[in-house]
Design a protein around this ligand. Structure first.
Ligand code: PAF
Length: 279
């Protein structure tokens, strides 16, 4: 496994990789969820590149960039065991030199929910992901379904800008008690950590309503509000039922829907989601 920190080193190391190359973009502080993406990449690619870059441009001024957890050595130990070929861990200045002024921005699907609550977030994501695609030139790239809106935004960007890259969206990996894995889970106090699986319980209860024939999104959302009222540590920011492609809110579910949650536990904001589908 090669750790590369500059574009020059990346280009040299990339030149000798067997094709097809799979890229797993991350912000580090890796957990089983990230490793499941690496494993998916190994299943269909001859070489695997993992990028580790805490991208400053996707954090708002009030967000947690400075306290975002980092442990490069631990990440490298995990990736070595996963037989990753290259770890691309650029310094900030390598990605955003002082006179940097070019942005990639997707429109409609970035507007609601995460886009509305975190202005500029998706512009930062699509810009850095474009740069990672251009620098690594993978044939495939792997993202998690946990960041459902991000996944849809990237699919849109890749289609609209004709990136010759096959995007794979991989399932959410959960702890034994159902909490979706996330680097931000480490911020939770013990009491908050104990309360946090309520997200998964709420999603499962939505699924059971759906499976019992409920198609009215307002009824599903109200029932989830009631579930969260039982947990004093949980403060839902949004509970949404949306079209999985456009992220527009749905009134009556016709076919598929995506149910999305953003919930605060103290200062920590967790997101989770579940697809409701008849099939
Ligand atoms: O999902 C993430 O970890 C980040 O948003 C990504 C895709 C690595 C871009 O910085």
């Amino acid at each position: 496994m090669k750790l590369v920190r500059t574009l020059k080193e990346l280009r040299e190391a990339r030149a000798s990789l067997a094709e097809p190359v799979g890229l797993v973009p991350t912000m580090g502080y890796l957990h089983e969820g990230h490793l499941s993406l690496v494993q998916a990449a190994h299943r269909s690619c001859a070489s695997v590149v993992v990028s580790i870059f805490v991208n400053p441009t996707q954090f708002g001024p009030q967000e947690d960039l400075a306290r975002y957890p980092r442990d490069l050595q631990h990440d490298l130990d995990l990736l070595e065991k996963e037989n990753v070929d290259i770890v691309w861990a650029p310094e900030d200045g390598e990605m955003y030199p002082p006179d940097y002024q070019t942005w990639v921005s997707v429109e409609n699907v970035t507007r609601p929910l995460e886009g509305e609550l975190r202005p500029g977030h998706f512009r930062g994501v699509t810009t850095v992901v474009s740069k990672l695609f251009n620098t690594v030139q993978p044939q495939k790239a792997f993202f998690g379904q946990k960041d459902a809106q991000q996944a849809q935004v990237i699919l849109r960007m890749v289609a609209d800008l004709n990136f010759p890259i096959d995007i794979q969206i991989c399932p959410i990996i959960r702890e034994a008690d159902g909490l979706a894995m996330s680097s931000r889970n480490t911020y939770l106090s013990p009491a908050e950590r104990q309360a946090a699986p309520i997200l998964n319980r709420a999603l499962l209860s939505a699924r059971s309503l759906y499976e019992n024939g409920e198609r009215n999104a307002a009824v599903i959302k109200n029932s989830l509000q009631d579930i969260f009222k039982e947990e004093p540590l949980a403060r839902p920011q949004y509970i949404a039922v949306v079209d999985p492609a456009t992220f527009e809110e749905i009134g009556i579910i016709q076919d598929k829907a995506l149910i999305l949650l953003a919930v605060y536990f103290g200062k920590t904001r967790l997101i989770d989601n579940l697809i409701l589908s008849g099939k």
